[in-house]
Design a protein around this ligand. Structure first.
Ligand code: IMP
Ligand code: MG
Length: 444
């Protein structure tokens, strides 16, 4: 029986959620910017809770609703669906000032957030000095990471150094003052060493701390909240930020972010056990992009790089930096399938390739010593001098943005997707062919 569409003309997402899945992780499988925001937005229609499990305001998730564009940095991409509960887990480093800027901007645009946003009591606070340290450290570094400058590395350093300030500390003024005072002392010494002034720090700290009460009023214990929801038969999406190749352990270290972006991080980053997770959907762009420093083995030659960047609008959503572009790299996507335990993949931005007469896919790497490997090397430095082994596939040279059913895709586009699936060793479950919510093809 035909159902009334609940989501801008595309079928109810409940029907295309993995049938067995009550708790699904959405994880990036490249260097971030795979289009997770759009996939989470679309799938949020069929769930009750969406929770972010790591990262902070370094993320930039672009979501289109009708003619409007939203760029979300900390609040989960499920927020654009009425009534969905959106959580920031303990694995997040929460920039308190930026968080409320984002929150208030959403309310101003007509999104009702009453009772909908929750923040883990265990989440680390990202405070103004973390941003200052990030920028100063990048400025002084000989090996630059190309960070987003949002303070992510220093905030996670404080967490691992067991001197961070957590949301729960906001409720204890004495403890809070102690933690902040000793942090300020340490930070000022460090900034002084790096020759950076600390003039604006006090005012910025005061501004952040003034928001403490407001943040506390949103605090929750995300693990028990999510577990109770799952026990009650509800559906949960755990939203990753960045991507597998930026994971602190499994990415191209040291050119990575400072958290575990991969699927296992979804358990530690929200406070549920790994057995509570039913499925893991990896998001891959139909080609590859990277922003920031570090190797990109399947990078295009300059002319093609520029061409695809324009076709795909490949500029950072957080920093506006141009993203480097390259062919689909199945050495990386297989690595992602293995590390994340993918149960399926969502391929995004297929339409960006519509006009290309020929496509290449990296199937292996020729290493500097002449050997060929089809597994992702641990030696990041070798990645700058590997030569990808490419397979060439014919393009489809036809528009795909209007297609809503797999069988309506051009034959060569289907062959391309089949090959990505074979090489990645994971089943294609969704194909995104444009920025709009309804530009998505569910695959049975
Ligand atoms: P950080 O996370 O700001 O410390 O940056 C570390 C690396 O991760 C840099 O190469 C950034 O460009 C990259 N990065 C961080 N967040 C994102 C993201 O959301 N998308 C793409 N790249 C990111
Ligand atoms: Mg992004």
């Amino acid at each position: 029986m035909p159902q009334t569409p609940r989501c801008s003309g595309f079928q109810n997402a409940l029907e295309i959620m993995p049938a067995q899945g009550k708790c699904t992780v959405i994880v990036g499988c490249q260097w971030g910017d795979e289009g997770k925001g759009k996939i989470v937005d679309v799938l949020s229609e069929g769930v009750d809770i969406v929770a972010r499990y790591q990262g902070g305001a370094n993320a930039g998730h672009t979501v289109h609703v009708g003619e409007s564009e939203f760029i979300l940095h900390q609040i989960p991409s499920g927020v654009l669906h009425d009534g969905k509960r959106c959580l920031l887990g303990n694995g997040v480093v929460l920039d308190i000032r930026q968080f409320f800027d984002e929150y208030d901007a959403l309310v101003k645009r007509g999104i009702d957030l009453t009772g909908r946003v929750g923040v883990s009591q265990r989440a680390q606070l990202l405070l103004p000095y973390h941003r200052m340290l990030d920028k100063a450290a990048e400025g002084a570094a000989t090996t630059k990471i190309g960070t987003t400058g949002r303070g992510i590395g220093p905030a996670y350093e404080d967490k691992a150094g067991r001197r961070g300030v957590r949301v729960i500390d906001l409720g204890n003024p004495e403890r809070l003052a102690k933690l902040v005072d000793s942090a300020k002392e340490r930070v000022c010494r460090r900034l002084d060493q790096l020759g950076v002034g600390t003039g604006e720090l006090d005012a910025a700290m005061e501004e952040a701390m003034n928001l403490g009460e407001r943040l506390l009023s949103l605090s929750t214990d995300t693990g028990p909240e999510i577990s109770a929801a799952l026990r009650a038969g509800k559906r949960v999406l755990l939203e990753g930020a960045q991507g597998t190749a930026l994971d602190l352990d499994h990415g191209t270290y040291p050119f990575v972010t400072s958290s575990n972006t991969t699927a296992a991080g979804a358990a530690t980053g929200t406070g549920i056990g790994p057995t509570a997770i039913d499925s893991v959907v990896g998001v891959v762009k139909a080609y590859t992009t990277r922003v920031g420093e570090g190797p990109l083995p399947s990078a295009f030659e300059p002319e093609m790089d520029e061409h695809v960047r324009m076709l795909g609008g490949e500029f950072g959503a957080t920093t506006g930096r141009p993203r480097r572009c390259g062919w689909f790299d199945s050495v990386l996507s297989r690595h992602a399938a293995q590390v994340n335990g993918l149960t399926g993949i969502a391929v995004t931005k297929l339409d960006v390739l519509d006009t290309l007469p020929e496509l290449q896919v990296a199937t292996a790497y020729r290493m500097p010593d002449g050997s060929v490997t089809d597994t992702f090397p641990a030696d990041t430095w070798s990645l700058s001098s590997v030569e990808p082994v490419y397979e060439t596939l014919p393009g489809w040279e036809a528009p795909t943005g209007h297609v809503r059913r797999l069988e309506d895709l051009p034959t060569n586009a289907r062959a391309y997707l089949d090959r990505l699936e074979e090489l990645t060793l994971a089943k294609v479950e969704w194909i995104s062919v444009g920025t709009k919510r309804n530009q998505i093809i569910p695959v049975d």
